[in-house]
Design a protein around this ligand. Structure first.
Ligand code: ADP
Ligand code: ZN
Ligand code: ZN
Length: 733
């Protein structure tokens, strides 16, 4: 039997199995899932063993050169998942394997580290003559066992000060396993007990646990209004899975993976929790993988890619906010974590719980009546709190009545009221920066990014920035086209709102939360914590404020402009807007006092807005389903989007044209829309054309696209342009 190996080269041409001989010294070590080095052409490349089988006759086999890890890289479930991913998303098998095994490929096994112990018998440094040394020494006495960098940070000195103390014999170095590793060795059960469930929660948990017990392959859709206590349902279902010796996985959108959520999990499940998110170092991620593989951890909490965590025996997979677009990876392989999770559950017999206040149309359509999903509903907020009252303000009328400003009179009054009552306000606007459009009033020139087909945004740092690439320049004072002094700064971003609030409410404390002010790490936490503790009255922000925040002091949420997302050229624009409005509205009135929401819009009668106002998911669902049915969009069809990009506009257009012809010629019952320039026609210097394929079944799409790619592969033109396949696309931009 020869080893079947796929090689790790990013080329479709080599996306097939190659056969190799297992030399005697590697016999018994090379297993399915092993990572190996193999001779390939004139060089050696990395490859993955995907099976063993008889080699085709008549070929002389080369030997596997070496094996790279001790055990197999992938578990059997993971290898199955990789095969499925490659077929489903039309990506090379090696790419799927790399995506799944990513932390193991890039991490390094945690080595030894040194901690420092103070030598108490030595004389302390003099704080007057050597204040830095003294500070480090004091910190070492108070916190023995920190590493070099930790100690330096704690004392506020540079690591070289610590080194000097070691050299003088005041600190002793002791070898130890890394601390983060140790810290996880806490109690296996957390300290926090669960609250008593209300009737609806109780019923939901009971149904999930029954399915777990009967080992049913059930998928539940937990449709619970904001603040209805979905998290508690997940926690108790996870606890039940653990009690039955199964493992559990919970996925949350990256943005919802807040310290708050992590704390809840640690309190409930202690050291059994493995945390996987994008802020981990590769080494930490590697460590978490090892804890899972060794069985020390058996609950995974993580964002999108955590769906690939190595669980031997998953019993429960929870996907919170299942409608969130961030579950889709927007680079190859363009997988959707929800789709992957459902497949994984199929392999492992796990129960799946999809939760949301605003389920995706795709999921809800599966849960209606005879659909395969089972619907669980939480219709009320915890503790009998009412849902907030939502008012819609018509900005056209506001304008007619003489207020052209960005904040309507009603919103201003409502804010003033909250300030007087010492309650808190969240204002949401999904655009950062100050002005989103800079245009010359004399010649009409619009300032755009030289690399992207995107208007530049003016920031208070006096710079113009492209929000799609890293391009930024000092804002000019004269029009670069005609030299005029009359540049207009139009369009409103979060910075402009912040200034406007400062002007209107000079006495109010205002915080801004967007990717400029917060990034993802500490600053984010500080802003949120500060606001929660009441250190500010108003929080202005982008979608970072829309999701997951549970701040009891907030009684008013204002949506500055609901139309921003409503008129994007994407068939999901209404759905996204409804979801976003419902989610932001859900931040209001979560504490003792009742909440209010004010939505500003130029189109007050759009059903995405009126249904959000009425908290009426079902009505939105029905109206949007009717639209989708008429247009033949998902969930009434399956889509695949082919995006052709390149630096030459003509070859991109030509490539898209050829692809379209190839697919139409197959006459396989697939509708081809386009080719056409993508709504974002140029990004980072590359032109973009796309075609959208529509079919009644997904298999048909895979076949025609696979065949078309194969015949295009050989054409010279396709060396100049890149084709990316987006199966079941989430973005049409
Ligand atoms: P959702 O995710 O549905 O918006 P959460 O899970 O954030 O809602 O729950 C809202 C709040 O209610 C949280 O502070 C949570 O701790 C609390 N909570 C949930 N279930 C209960 C319960 N049965 N009894 C008391 N408080 C609860
Ligand atoms: Zn001009
Ligand atoms: Zn750009």
């Amino acid at each position: 039997m020869a080893a079947e190996v796929v090689v790790s080269l990013a080329l479709r041409r080599v996306d097939k199995v190659f056969y190799y001989n297992v030399p005697p010294h590697l016999e018994g070590k090379v297993k399915v899932g092993s990572r190996v080095m193999v001779p390939f052409g004139r060089r050696q490349v990395e490859g993955y063993v995907v099976g063993f089988g008889p080699a085709p006759a008549g070929t002389g086999l080369k030997d596997i050169a070496d094996i790279l890890d001790e055990g197999p890289l992938l578990t059997p479930h993971q290898l199955n998942l990789a095969r499925w991913m490659a077929a489903y998303y039309l990506c090379p098998l090696a790419a799927a394997i790399r995506t799944i095994a990513w932390p193991l490929l890039h991490g390094s096994p945690p080595g030894r580290t040194y901690v420092l112990l103070p030598q108490g018998d030595r004389e302390a440094p003099d704080p007057r003559r050597a204040p830095k040394s003294a500070a480090a020494w004091r910190a070492a006495l108070e916190h023995p066992g920190l590493s070099r960098t930790e100690l330096a940070r704690k004392a506020g000195v540079s690591p070289s000060v610590v080194d000097a103390l070691v050299a003088r014999g005041l600190l002793r170095r002791v070898e130890q396993a890394p601390r983060w590793w140790e810290e996880e060795e806490g109690p296996l059960v957390g300290s926090a007990g669960p609250p008593v469930l209300n009737e609806e929660q109780e019923r939901a948990v009971r149904e999930i646990v029954t399915a777990l017990e009967r080992k049913e392959r059930a998928v539940f859709l937990l449709h619970g209004v904001t603040g209805s206590g979905k998290t508690e349902v997940y926690l108790q279902a996870i606890a039940a899975a653990l009690q039955r010796g199964r493992q559990a996985m919970m996925l949350v959108p990256e943005i919802a993976l807040t310290p708050q959520m992590v704390e809840i999990f640690k309190n409930r499940f202690g050291a059994q929790v493995a945390l996987l998110h994008s802020r981990l170092t590769q080494r930490e991620r590697y460590g978490e993988y090892q804890r899972l593989r060794s069985g020390k951890a058996n609950v995974v909490l993580g964002a999108r890619s955590a769906v690939f965590a190595p669980l031997e025996n998953p019993g429960l997979i929870v996907i919170d906010e299942e409608h969130e677009p961030s579950y889709k990876q927007e680079e190859s392989p363009r997988y959707h974590a929800r789709t992957v999770a459902l497949r994984l559950a199929g392999y492992s017999g796990a129960v799946v719980v999809l939760g949301s206040a605003t389920p995706s149309l795709e999921s809800y359509a599966q849960a209606g009546g005879r659909g395969p999903y089972r619907l669980l509903r939480l219709t009320r907020r915890v503790g009998g709190r009412p849902l907030p009252e939502v008012h819609v303000v018509d900005l056209r009328q506001e304008m007619r009545e003489g207020n052209p400003g960005v904040l309507s009179r009603r919103l201003q009054e409502a804010i003033a009221e909250r300030l007087a009552r010492r309650e808190q306000v969240i204002l949401f606007l999904n655009r950062k920066g100050h002005s989103t459009l800079v245009v010359c009033r004399e010649c009409g020139l619009v300032l755009k990014c030289p690399q992207c087909d995107i208007t530049l945004t003016y920031h208070l740092s006096q710079r113009l920035r492209c929000h799609y690439c890293s391009f930024n320049v000092r804002a000019p004072s004269l029009c670069p086209g005609c030299g005029s002094r009359y540049l207009a700064f139009l369009g409103t971003g979060t910075q402009k709102i912040e200034l406007e609030l400062q002007r209107l409410f000079p006495q109010a404390g205002i915080l801004r939360l967007d990717s400029d002010s917060a990034g993802r790490g500490r600053a984010y936490r500080e802003i949120i914590d500060g606001f929660r503790r009441g250190r500010a009255d108003i929080l202005v922000g982008t979608q970072m404020v829309a999701k997951g925040l549970d701040i009891p002091g907030v009684t008013l949420v204002g949506v500055v402009n609901a139309d921003v997302s409503l008129y994007l050229p994407d068939f999901r624009a209404s759905e996204r807007t409804f979801q976003l409005l419902t989610q932001v509205a859900g931040r209001s009135g979560r504490g003792e006092r009742e909440g209010e929401v004010i939505i500003q819009t130029y189109t007050p009668h759009h059903y995405a807005i009126t249904c959000a106002r009425d908290h009426d998911y079902l009505s939105f669902y029905r109206q949007e389903m009717a639209v989708r049915r008429t247009l033949g969009y998902p969930p009434f069809s399956y889509l695949c989007r082919l995006l052709v990009t390149g630096v030459g506009e003509d070859s991109v257009a030509e490539g898209a044209g050829i692809l379209a012809r190839e697919i139409r010629a197959q006459e396989a019952g697939v509708d081809v829309l386009g080719p056409a320039p993508a709504p974002l026609g140029r990004l980072k210097g590359r032109y973009r054309w796309h075609l959208v394929l529509k079919a009644g079944e997904q298999a048909a799409l895979r076949e025609v696209v696979g065949a078309a790619l194969k015949s295009c592969e050989k054409m010279a033109l396709f060396r100049k342009v890149r084709v990316s396949v987006d199966m079941a696309p989430q973005s049409m931009m």
